[in-house]
Write a protein of this length. Structure first.
Length: 151
């Protein structure tokens, strides 16, 4: 499975629980710009670098009218620990059944050390106020992701 959504497409509707057990939906962001980023796992080197880069540039995102939402297959408890450890100012969705990642085409086959497995394809979607995808970033630079989004 590959990412087939592209700029100009309507963002797929979603609902999932965040780290507090609250249901978060795409419609909650109507009238706002949303950075929806999919990442494989809390507290791993690449995912931590990506989350911290977004955290460090959070004020710039807010000043430009963006909300940020991370999505991974980790559960709410793991997300709570990750948020607390790195003082992340944005919510993380617990996509344990992969429904959101499947809707966005980010759940797919990966390969490590010659072994194939299913997992999150690290991807970011920039969604405008009307729910239309403005940009898809498939080659994420985890250490400079905010700059990729803002350009």
């Amino acid at each position: 499975m590959a990412i087939t959504l592209q700029a100009g497409d309507k963002a797929p509707a979603f609902s999932a629980k965040n780290e507090k057990g609250e249901t978060v939906s795409l419609k909650d962001f109507k009238g706002k710009k949303l950075v929806l980023y999919f990442y494989p796992k809390d507290d791993t080197p690449g995912c931590t670098a990506e989350a911290c880069d977004l955290r460090d540039n959070y004020e710039q995102f807010l000043n430009n009218g963006y909300a940020i939402l991370g999505v991974s297959p980790d559960g709410a408890t793991k997300h709570q620990k990750f948020i607390a450890k790195y003082e992340l100012p944005f919510s993380l969705l617990a996509d344990e059944d992969h429904a959101v990642s499947i809707a966005y085409g980010t759940w797919g086959e990966k390969s490590m050390y010659g072994k194939k497995y299913m997992g999150i394809l690290r991807t970011t979607f920039i969604i405008n106020e009307k729910g239309i995808i403005e940009k898809v970033i498939e080659k994420v630079d985890t250490k400079k992701h905010a700059a990729q989004i803002m350009k």
